[in-house]
Ligand binder design. Structure first.
Ligand SMILES: C[S@@+](CC[C@H](N)C(=O)[O-])C[C@H]1O[C@@H](n2cnc3c(N)ncnc32)[C@H](O)[C@@H]1O
Length: 502
């Protein structure tokens, strides 16, 4: 379902060759436009790129005009430089004497790949004045897509699933390290565009239509990723954004249904939004999604928005901010309706983040790790996420006695910061010390005095019990009073990637 038929596939493969021959690649585009105009495109500003292309003719410039800027191109110019029949066969362009692109085709890739992502022109497209997107709008690569692509572990795997593939960006990344990729979507149009993305990028996926896990039944995977329509919104206005489920049920359902689709040792990475309900702790809400799934889990919140911020963000995202009285009235009506809906849910905020599930390890016996990671210096990379998940899963083989005999070692690049600050009258005093990684992705962890001394002992030769003994002696306290905190601290520091256990 959604795969390209013979003639379309052949056309896409010829187009790939033509695009590559023309130098219509991410690197080629950067060279052709220059870094400033290229960066402006990312902000939806096409003027610098148009100026850069002004006197340029040839296949690369025509392709950039048509598909990146969304500008009209004379058919005769296009025919001179481009395989027009193939573009028409695939429905990428339309029109008569003047051609228009019907979709956005964007060179995209990792440093050593040349891929093409096919999506609809959106309100942020440089060349199109899209007033408001259609219900079945297929989103291009956005901030959330890049977040998920970055945090997904990239070890070689067998079977991978991209749930809600849209333009196919996650499937492209999966195609590099998974032997087979299944990509699903509820939007048939998305599947057609994803099929073109795959063929233009030289990949093959098993594309399936349907909602949530329905298209894969009881099949299992080594890796499941999803950037789903997580927006907590009234009704179902846009398929790319609204699941049409109450409140944050989409995140809950995905998190609860994913474990049954994971092979032993498998991992799922799901982006989600969750409610902050007045009088309740958001951590308990999201932890309750994960509990009982039999998976070790990590829930990270990277941002919280208040209801007005949230509604404003998503109303702008879909366009529809035409500057006339009728459009303004409609915008205000939708804004108020959405706020009413959030108020009815008792929402005082909405959290943005991700849930990582791992089947194996302690099989969820230790409960999920749920934390606020904002404001972090940067997003974690997939390998950093994989290390955290492996450390959590690893507790299956470390009981308290084994841990006491372990020899924790500080990792290279660890930084221990002891600070003094002045108080209101300028007197210097010590504040809690911090430990973190030089160039690490998360905020430093605060340590108490005992914690600092333990970290100083963790040279890879000293056992944890010896470290506890010497710190307790130095501070004249009972080792049994130090022990529980030390065990907890070591677990946290190992998961944070600051210690290894030997
Ligand atoms: C935010 S877009 C993400 C697209 C792409 N994977 C990315 O990372 O940019 C969400 C996608 O989920 C699809 N979708 C919406 N509801 C769905 C459902 N119930 N089941 C599966 N996919 C769904 C939408 O059509 C859309 O393509």
């Amino acid at each position: 379902m959604g795969d390209l038929a013979g003639a379309d596939r052949a056309a896409a493969l010829r187009l790939r060759e033509a695009f590559l021959d023309a130098g219509f690649t991410a690197d080629g585009l950067l060279t052709m436009l220059g870094s400033s105009a290229y960066a402006a495109l990312g902000r939806g500003e096409g003027v610098p790129a148009r100026r850069a292309l002004q006197d340029r003719h040839g296949a690369d410039a025509e392709l950039a005009r048509l598909f990146v800027l969304g500008d009209d191109v004379e058919r005769s110019d296009a025919a001179r430089h481009l395989p027009l029949d193939d573009l028409l066969t695939l429905g990428l362009v339309g029109g008569g004497a003047t051609l228009r692109s019907l979709v956005d085709v964007r060179p995209y890739g990792e440093s050593d790949t040349d891929w093409y992502v096919v999506s609809d022109h959106g309100p942020d497209s440089a060349g199109r004045d899209v007033e408001e997107v259609a219900v079945d709008h297929v989103l291009g690569v956005g901030g959330a897509s890049l977040t998920l692509a970055r945090i997904t572990p990239r070890a070689e795997v067998g079977r991978a699933l991209d749930l809600g593939t849209g333009c196919g960006v996650q499937a492209l990344h999966l195609g590099r390290h998974a032997r087979s990729v299944v990509a699903t979507d509820r939007n048939r149009r998305a599947l057609r565009l994803a099929a073109i993305t795959a063929a233009l990028s030289g990949q093959e996926w098993d594309l399936r239509e349907g909602s949530l896990f329905e298209p894969v039944g009881a099949e299992t995977f080594d890796l499941v990723v999803s950037n789903p329509p997580f927006v907590i919104s009234p009704g179902h206005r846009y398929t790319y954004r609204d699941a049409g489920l109450p409140a944050d049920d989409l995140g809950r359902l995905l998190v609860q249904q994913a474990p049954a689709r994971l092979d032993d040792g498998g991992t799922a990475v799901v982006l989600a939004n969750w409610l902050h309900v007045r009088g309740a702790d958001w951590r308990d809400r999201v932890a309750s999604w994960v509990e009982g799934t039999g998976c070790d889990a990590w829930v990270a919140q990277r941002e919280v928005q208040d209801p007005a911020e949230y509604v404003g963000l998503w109303l702008r995202d879909a366009g529809g901010h035409r500057d006339d009285a009728e459009a303004r009235a409609e915008y205000e009506r939708r804004y108020a309706q959405w706020l009413d809906e959030l108020r009815a849910m008792d929402a005082e905020g909405i959290g943005f983040g991700w849930v990582v599930l791992h089947r194996g390890g302690t099989y969820g016996a230790q409960g999920p790790r749920v934390e606020d990671v904002a404001p972090a210096p940067r997003l974690p990379r997939g390998d950093e996420v994989a290390s955290l998940v492996a450390a959590r899963a690893g507790w299956a083989s470390w009981d308290a006695f084994a841990l006491l005999d372990s020899r924790p070692r500080r990792v290279p690049g660890l930084r221990l910061v002891a600070e003094e600050r002045t108080d209101g009258v300028g007197v210097l005093g010590a504040v809690p010390s911090r430990v973190g990684l030089v160039d690490g992705w998360r905020r430093d962890v605060l340590l108490d005095t005992i914690g600092v001394e333990l970290v100083r002992c963790f040279d890879g030769a000293t056992t944890l019990s010896a470290a506890v003994g010497s710190v307790a002696a130095a501070y004249a306290v009972d080792p049994d009073d130090v022990l529980p905190g030390a065990l907890l601290a070591v677990r946290g520091l190992v998961e944070d990637g600051l210690l290894t256990l030997g």
